[in-house]
Design a protein around this ligand. Structure first.
Ligand SMILES: Nc1ncnc2c1ncn2[C@@H]1O[C@H](COP(=O)(O)OP(=O)(O)OP(=O)(O)O)[C@@H](O)[C@H]1O
Length: 237
């Protein structure tokens, strides 16, 4: 299995707090990883590093085998391949179409092609027909699904999800779980943080367990790829 991203001897501190300290972490392409751990264990810090939003204090990152040099030109190119979705995503003013099409227009896609992509991605999250709905007329769960559609419209190679199911209603959670479970087979690698122990059982995932900024080595040799861990059957909706 090829690794989409690999961290080597990565550390991030905030003052005297060790937020993250990993010898090696390899994220295999086309896999779904669940990032588990208590509050403050380093999940968001890791997601921000994987999304190239936080530069670690030390260590190396390899993206599809390329050493990340943190130079502006390189990062613009690499960041286009990675999307991070937050727990409470910000929806722009305007309607659902504007929100999902926003990133596409930044990349020069408009007109019929953009309409097609927006329609497809909204259908994926069960919201086709919501294009003209104002952002103020959405439930929390629908807003999270729109944010997911906005992320998916960009066809990221690596999708990072920070507690995406924490504040959503049951129906939206089930839809999003099904979408997330299906992404690896569509070529998108997913790393998702969660506090919900059920996700480990419901999603076909490998688990990265963090504690105090370090990977829990009880069940995992940090020098090994996570590819050897057991997967679980896909969720049935
Ligand atoms: N910007 C910051 N400034 C200072 N300390 C920070 C900052 N960001 C994170 N930390 C600290 O780094 C550690 C890891 O935080 P992080 O947010 O990555 O954990 P987490 O597992 O995502 O927590 P939660 O589940 O509560 O979101 C914590 O001790 C936190 O207080």
């Amino acid at each position: 299995m090829q690794n989409i991203i690999e961290l080597q001897n990565v550390a991030k501190n905030y003052g005297n707090t060790i937020a993250l300290q990993l010898n090696r972490l390899a994220i295999g392409e086309g896999e779904l990883y669940l990032l588990a751990g208590p509050n403050g264990s380093g999940k968001s810090t890791l997601l921000n590093i994987l999304g190239f939003l936080t530069r670690p204090d030390r260590g190396e990152l390899l993206f599809s085998g390329e050493r990340v040099d943190w130079k502006r030109g390189t990062m613009t190119r690499l960041r286009r391949q990675v999307t991070l979705l937050h727990q409470s995503p910000y929806l722009f003013r305007g309607n659902v179409y504007d929100n999902v099409a926003y990133g596409l227009s930044l990349r020069g896609m408009g007109g019929a092609k953009a309409q097609e992509v927006v329609s497809e991605t909204l259908a994926t999250v069960g919201l086709d027909g919501f294009q003209l709905r104002k952002h103020t007329e959405l439930s929390g769960g629908e807003a999270q699904r729109v944010a997911m559609a906005r992320a998916l419209a960009l066809r990221p190679k690596l999708l990072l999800l920070d507690e995406p199911l924490a504040n959503v209603d049951q129906k939206s959670a089930r839809v999003l779980e099904e979408v997330i479970a299906g992404l690896p087979s569509m070529g998108t690698t997913v790393v998702m943080s969660s506090h919900d122990p059920q996700h480990e059982k419901k999603l076909p995932c490998q688990v990265i367990q963090l504690q105090g900024g370090r990977m829990n080595a009880d069940h995992l040799d940090e020098t090994e790829s996570l590819g050897n861990l057991l997967g679980y059957p896909a969720v049935q909706i």
